[in-house]
Design a protein around this ligand. Sequence first.
Ligand SMILES: C[S@@+](CC[C@H](N)C(=O)[O-])C[C@H]1O[C@@H](n2cnc3c(N)ncnc32)[C@H](O)[C@@H]1O
Length: 276
Amino acid sequence: MELSLSDGLFRKFSDMVYEHCGINLHDGKKALLQARLNKRLRVTKVTSYEDYYRYLTNPHNDGELTHFLDCISTNLTYFFRESQHFDFLKQKLLPELIELKRKSRTNRIRIWSAGCSTGEEPYSLAMYFASQIEDLPKWDLRILATDISTRVLAVASKGIYSRSKIAGIPESMRRSYFQPCCRDKDCSDFQIVSPIRNLTTFRRLNLKDPYPFKGPFDFIFCRNVMIYFDKQTQEALIQRMASYLDTGGYLFVGHAESLTGLNHPLSYVRPAVYRK
Ligand SMILES: C[S@@+](CC[C@H](N)C(=O)[O-])C[C@H]1O[C@@H](n2cnc3c(N)ncnc32)[C@H](O)[C@@H]1O
């Protein structure tokens, strides 16, 4: 029997999601919420949405909130997504950064992938920097990768991807930075090699919560995350991220996102790139 979700209960769930992680489930998202709730109902063996709401808000079941938020977030991602950003890094930003660091006699490079999903974004950055910086071992390069979802972080920290997921990566990079997970020549899973994995640290972080680090970061990538937030949450997030950027540092957002109409201290550089 198909369950029905009343408008009142839909609003209770959507208010809760908004309050906890800033994701804005407007009226058009009711069918999506229902589909995702059905998954949790099957796992928890709760038989109605009302009972599930009670279960979720019962302080004895506080672990369920993490599972519920895991279920709500949209995690689509892929390697070298929005390649214009990587082209811009190669042509302009990386040479500029290396020059600047050499002049200021520091070898510290810090990057934050905020909303990293299953890891394709931070690993693309790690592979990109490893391939572009000849004397990499001399640099103190760290990539912090955070997400609210423990499910995606578990995938990310293993760094294992199927053949089809890595198919779009240039062959030279695939050969240098992935190893097959088995000896079989038709092996279908490949793991990112440890020197690349070691550049990256994965942590659970809700972007609405206080940040347990100081920065400053040279680059922050927060792409295809804000799109799920309303203007007010977006503005607060951008202002906060700006304070974690080094002076002259860059913020990258998704090309479907824009900071137009938001109050923030960054300068527009080119579509989806801003500078402090
Ligand atoms: C569509 S993915 C984008 C992944 C990657 N940045 C990219 O562009 O390919 C959005 C990610 O943001 C995460 N996310 C959503 N709300 C969040 C929040 N409040 N705090 C941290 N991560 C959040 C989701 O769990 C999801 O993994």
